[in-house]
Design a protein around this ligand. Sequence first.
Ligand code: ZN
Length: 381
Amino acid sequence: MPLLHKIAAVVIVCAVILGLTLPGERNRPGPGNAAARAGATSGAKPVAPPTASGPPSTPAAPGPSTASPTPSATPSATAPAVLPTAAPAAAQAKADELGEIPVLMYHRIMKKADLSLDRSTKELRDELERLAREGYVPITAAEFASGRFNVPAGAHPVVLTFDDSTPGHFALDERGEPAPDTAVAIIQEVARRHPGFRPVATFYLNEDLFGLGDRAAAGLKWLIDHGYEIANHTSTHADLSRMSKKQVQKEIGGIEDKIVSLTGRHTATFAYPFGAIPDKRAWAQKQDGRYDFQAVFLAGWKPSQSPFDKDFDRFAVTRVRSEGKIKENECTKFCSTAWLDHLAKHPGERYTSDGDPETITVPRAAEKRLAKEFRPRARVY
Ligand SMILES: [Zn+2]
């Protein structure tokens, strides 16, 4: 276990023990809400092992009519006792599909950052440029959860997530193109400069859809048509840890109904507002006929395990807050610049693709960490 992870684990445990109550993501900076702003899990409900929805390694059932592929191993294949040898090109690329994947978490994108979680347009552009230079290729949260994503050999997947559907994320100009300096325009711009940097991201929506008003349906259609993922973040950015089952379902189902009515399709992933988990995780994961997520995302504050890792919990995926190495909230260690520095320095910890979405290539030494259901697709070297 790398040192940073140990520290992260210790800090999270301490936060839980101390019973830190975490204020909202939108709060101004101030003493006492460090963990929330760094994107820690909610102090109200520490992350618990799944109890209500079966064993953690059971792949989720497909959503009522989600467009995303079903997360799975090939159901008919039987797991070989001895794994086949990896393609030479995969070994040469030092593929390790059990490495960690950064899931970056952004909030408001502003010309000039104002509140603590904001990032400026320049900071977003600089971070995306860095990702492109360092061989990261964006995939959506749904692709990540599906376990099938197309990233070239030697490259590293990264998931870009934007919470709260604020106007700085997306708008269309008069020509029907992303308005300048929105997050989407900046992603498209970086992708034009760096062929291979896929312009995709996941947007976790609340009921105010980017301030688009009556252009919301057209806006969501543009995003979906261009490969962006529309996902669920509750109607009112509710703290689900304080809610009954009925209230949780109303919050998640409400925005889901709205998205379905505007786009004709269901969402595939969900992110907890404030990282706050309800009394029973199952309430947030599924309501028959209304929503059924393939993965659920927390707030912070470390890169995610590979979806093929036996310890991966698809209903508690960790994310990393986008921020420089500022002192606040221990961003010197736990925010995006620190983690990207760490992964650059320790490339062996990072997910490196074998270039084939069908196979899962792992170094022999890591084989024991592979989840059983993925053995039929695995190759070793
Ligand atoms: Zn949020």
